[in-house]
Design a protein around this ligand. Structure first.
Ligand code: TYD
Ligand code: MG
Length: 456
């Protein structure tokens, strides 16, 4: 007879505690402990095993042959780039994202275009007919793709033995369960055990495994942030569902950089790769110029692109002015408003300020600061900015314009898209100068200097 006991697990880091505590001792998060049954079945010690059990001996690092990891080239170039050049053999990749963002579509679309490799797609969420209907919509179905609708991990492994796939997709890890563990699918212990067994399979067989994981509202991969430690690569698929753009970024990558992003657009026949993000974001036909709009050059990884910053400044109707932000950090906005108030002597304390990054993007690049302050001032004075002007630069606490990373790429991007003037921080271009570019470059060192240029 299996003896059952319960334990408490942290939803955020997987910390195990025999009794409930308000604050997780492992990661310090509050209210993350959930009760789960753990069965201690006799003879089953699976959950006690290490992640990579093998009879390993210590080896001198110099004696280890460093072979270039073989990679499976994925059909989507954006996906390849984010992975660092393809899917590494024997790697475990987690694709996270909110429900309905397009994770299944992305994977299905990719595996449907791979030829000559057996691929097993485990679905715990959709029926085989549902998947077939979707597959017909987004691609040509080849006979090397196998679908298995199953959630019992033991039976999944039995089928893996039968099929012997060259690539395995599990959609999603939260629906899969191991019968050795009594708690419900999606619980911390289940997710951890299933992921650990799939990891062992990947390492032993050399088959790349992709797990789909749902993200809860806080942005953590549901329950198990634990998964992030186990897997080799964590990809996140994000975007606003009201908009069509989707960003794919690597949060962790043992085989490549985490600075690359992939950009997709959801169309009626699946996801379409977006090669020119700036054109997509600035495509709106803007005949008449409006106040409160500025265009900044931001970097996502090593790719520059232009985004439109929209601001609305109006007199506060109630005592406390509102500050509302979409796509930008609220605290950063407050900081910039304080800088404008104190260093540039603009009275904004009694004004409501609304800020929006067009296109549903979230931007964390500090070099967008200049465009943010320009948009705010433009709305405040109700004066439009000069046409075909962009800017890139961080605003410091004393109102100084600080240098931005990779400024030459930003200038080149603005030039490519036909802009006439770019405002950049003073001295940022180092060796290069105006003669290297066709676009007019204006160097500024303070916010007031920027305003003098823009609103004189
Ligand atoms: P899906 O891949 O099921 O999301 P996830 O697996 O992340 O939960 O994608 C769901 C959304 O994508 C769905 O709401 C409809 C939309 N969609 C399209 O707009 N076009 C398409 O061709 C497909 C397949 C889906
Ligand atoms: Mg799905």
């Amino acid at each position: 007879m299996a003896k059952t006991k319960t334990a408490y697990f942290c939803n955020s880091c997987g910390y195990e505690s025999p009794k409930w505590v308000g604050r997780c001792p492992g990661c310090g998060e509050w209210n993350t402990m959930v009760e789960e049954t753990v069965s201690v079945a006799k003879g089953s010690s699976k959950s006690k095993r290490g992640l990579l059990d093998s009879d390993a001996r210590p080896l001198a690092l110099s004696a280890i042959e460093a072979l270039e990891e073989p990679r499976v080239h994925m059909p989507s170039e954006e996906l390849n780039r984010v992975l660092g050049g393809g899917l590494v053999a024997g790697s475990l990749t987690l694709l996270g994202g909110e429900p309905g963002i397009g994770k299944s579509t992305l994977l299905l679309q990719n595996i449907l275009s791979i030829r000559g490799k057996k691929i097993l797609y485990i679905s715990g969420e959709e029926s085989a007919t549902q998947l077939k209907l979707r597959a017909d919509r987004i691609g040509k179905v080849a006979d090397n793709t196998f679908i298995l609708c199953e959630t019992d991990l033991d039976r999944i492994f039995a089928q893996i033995k039968n099929v012997a796939p060259a690539m395995l997709v599990v959609d999603s890890i939260q629906t899969i369960y191991s019968p050795d563990i009594e708690s419900a699918p999606g619980s911390v212990s289940q997710v951890r055990e299933c992921a650990a067994r799939l990891l062992r399979y990947a390492k032993q067989s050399g088959v790349p495994v992709i797990l789909v994981g749902h993200i809860n509202k806080d942005g953590a991969i549901a329950g198990p942030k634990v998964l992030e430690h186990i897997v080799d690569t964590v990809l996140q698929f994000e975007g606003d569902r009201q908009y069509l753009y989707r960003l794919l970024r690597a949060i962790k990558n043992r085989f490549g950089s985490t600075s690359e992003i992939g950009i997709y657009e959801m169309a009626d026949r699946g996801l379409r790769e977006v090669k020119n993000p700036s054109e997509m974001l600035l495509s709106q036909n803007r005949e008449e110029e409006m106040s409160g709009i500025a265009i900044g050059v931001t970097m996502e990884g090593v790719r520059p692109f232009l985004v439109e910053v929209q601001a609305l400044v109006s007199s506060a109707a109630y005592g406390t002015p509102q500050r509302s932000v979409t796509g930008f950090d609220q605290r950063r906005l407050n900081m910039l408003l304080a800088v404008l108030e104190k260093r540039a002597r603009f009275k904004l304390a009694q004004k409501d300020v609304f800020l929006n990054i067009a296109g549903g993007l979230k931007v964390a690049d500090p070099a967008l600061d200049m465009a943010v302050v320009a948009a705010i001032m433009s709305s405040n004075f109700d004066v439009t900015l000069p046409p075909r002007v962009v800017m890139a630069g961080e605003v410091g606490l004393s109102g100084e314009i600080r240098t931005a990373a990779r400024i030459d790429r930003r200038v080149a991007e603005a030039q490519k898209l036909g802009f006439e003037t770019i405002f950049i921080p003073k001295g940022n271009l180092k060796g290069a100068g105006q003669s290297d570019f066709d676009i007019r470059i204006v160097e500024v060192s303070k916010v007031d200097e920027l305003f003098r240029h823009l609103f004189a």
